[in-house]
Design a protein around this ligand. Sequence first.
Ligand SMILES: NC(=O)c1ccc[n+]([C@@H]2O[C@H](COP(=O)([O-])OP(=O)(O)OC[C@H]3O[C@@H](n4cnc5c(N)ncnc54)[C@H](OP(=O)(O)O)[C@@H]3O)[C@@H](O)[C@H]2O)c1
Length: 233
Amino acid sequence: MRVLITGASRGIGKSLAKYYKNIGYEIYGIARDKDKLKEVCDKYFVCDLSNLDEVSGVSKKLSNIKFDLIILNAGISTPHSRDFPPIDAFKKVIDVNLLSIHALLEHIDFKDSKLVFISSLASLLGAPTSLAYSASKRALNSYAESLYFAGIDVVLVLPGFIKTDMTKNHNFYMPFLMDLDDAAQRIVKIIEKDKFFNPFPLRFYYIIKLFTFLPDNLKRKILKKYAKSDIVE
Ligand SMILES: NC(=O)c1ccc[n+]([C@@H]2O[C@H](COP(=O)([O-])OP(=O)(O)OC[C@H]3O[C@@H](n4cnc5c(N)ncnc54)[C@H](OP(=O)(O)O)[C@@H]3O)[C@@H](O)[C@H]2O)c1
């Protein structure tokens, strides 16, 4: 069995790589940090996913390899802030979180693979302090859904807050914050289940869903208050 994992050097991607290695998978990893990739991957590609030419090069190198599982996990965010993000920072988030995925899949034969997309509960709400991140993840949901309806084996994972480098500098309250190993185990179970839409933790998901049923002006008032708290990274 063979798995390709983007962002296998740290955080969720590394935890998943360790799990699949332990159960005998051959691990292909992609990230920028060579030394960290080497710790867990059998084969690795040092690649900056914000450079789409580099990603295309990797995709071509992988064109003859069959993967049982492809986990599109790598992701970034701009620092949480109500400031309007500069275009370069916004573009980088869209490139890494969305466009690099298409560039990577372009030359890979994934018809018989299971594709796992790591989105976020933040995709369900246009959070005022994470303009680029929410937009990129909502677009990712749509991308994954299109492939799913096209008949590809797709698993869309929407986690809540997890303790990783991505959240370590957040100085705001993160409801239902999960430990990394716990979250990685939940993702493994989700991948085994073969269901398309997988938000977790469910309590947080249902709160967000309930919130989306409120009248728009009330939602806006609540979010404005939330965004007023000092949540700059
Ligand atoms: N943590 C959370 O609370 C949370 C919640 C919901 C969803 N998620 C999603 O889960 C996924 C993993 O997040 P995480 O929390 O594990 O983040 P993380 O600890 O910051 O790890 C991010 C991974 O992505 C790679 N990466 C980042 N920028 C890259 C680039 N330009 N080129 C290549 N690789 C790059 C990093 O590798 P290098 O630095 O070595 O390149 C690293 O392996 C993301 O898609 C994130 O949006 C996270």
